[in-house]
Design a protein around this ligand. Structure first.
Ligand SMILES: [Zn+2]
Length: 291
């Protein structure tokens, strides 16, 4: 069961907007499906949480794909979020293990490495907008903030965090975005910066310790005034199906499919959710006919 939520609102008398997501169950579901190490869980969990935040301003069937292509041992992290609050994703190398940083935190930056962040938005009208920026640190929140500023000219502050237990379970995960709106004053910006600077714990610890979204939001906002406009459910959901993967088999062509028929079976695995789909000879013959 997933119980994650994404809330959207305004703060400082409407001079800034914010998006808060608790993604603990979503990230745990991704960890369970992909059998990921702690640092892989943290990297994918942060990127999936960021995808939920960026997708929250989309409509209808629109979606956003975030790709981190770095030279670190994870060899790439991909997350796709949509306007319905659904997110899915994977890392190329889910078993990567690295020593902790001196601070005791998982070394996501080293696992991701240096490289590029690509953001693709698929819009209702069928158009796809893609922007690529060099990564700042591979720690993901900083990279997304850099993308929003350099590609979309939107100044933002973003927190993303995943807390992984010793037994590899996800204890807490979440993300928080603040964007000043055109009416924001210098004092508003300073108030936001000072509040974020005063937070004693990371957002993942706060997500783990808070009983509910109200409590989590209260901790993050401190004395700042805020207003909640919208509450949504979010969670890990994949869009794959046996039918969709059979389309991939069709595209292999008759010769490849004939080889699979000779093997008497075929298995297709969805990258995004690690679901395995088996095809028997009869089904493969049908696919051969369609090719
Ligand atoms: Zn899938």
């Amino acid at each position: 069961m997933q119980h994650d939520e994404l809330w959207i609102g305004t703060m400082l008398e409407g001079n800034a907007r914010w998006v808060l997501v608790k993604s603990t169950d979503t990230v745990e579901e991704a960890r369970r499906r992909h059998g990921m190490s702690p640092v892989a869980t943290a990297a994918l969990g942060r990127l999936m949480t960021g995808a939920l935040i960026l997708a929250s301003s989309l409509k209808g069937e629109e979606s956003v794909t975030l790709r981190l292509l770095g030279d670190g041992p994870l060899e790439g992290v991909v997350a796709v979020g949509n306007a319905q609050g659904e997110v899915r994703g994977y890392v190329r190398e889910p078993l990567v293990d690295l020593p902790l940083k001196a601070s005791g935190k998982l070394d996501v930056g080293a696992a991701v490495g240096c490289g590029e962040l690509t953001v693709s938005r698929s819009l209702q009208n069928g158009e796809v907008y893609t922007g690529t920026v060099p990564m700042v640190s591979g720690e993901i929140a900083e990279d997304l903030v850099h993308y929003l500023l350099s590609s979309e000219q939107i100044p933002s502050a973003m927190l993303l965090g995943v807390l992984v237990e010793k037994d590899y379970h996800v204890a807490g995960a979440g993300g928080f975005l603040i964007q000043p709106l055109p009416g924001a004053t210098e004092e508003d910006i300073q108030a936001i910066e000072s509040q974020l600077g005063m937070l004693g714990a990371g957002i993942s610890e706060m997500a783990a310790q808070s009983e509910n979204m109200d409590e989590l939001l209260g901790h993050l906002m401190g004395k700042l005034s805020y207003h909640v406009l919208e509450r949504r459910s979010v969670g890990f959901t994949c869009t794959c199906s046996k039918e969709r993967l059979s389309g991939t088999l069709v595209s292999l062509g008759k010769k490849e499919i004939a080889d699979l028929i000779a093997d008497e079976k075929a298995e297709m695995v969805c990258h995004f959710c690690n679901e395995h789909f088996q095809f028997n000879v009869e089904e493969l013959r049908g696919i051969w006919e369609r090719a």
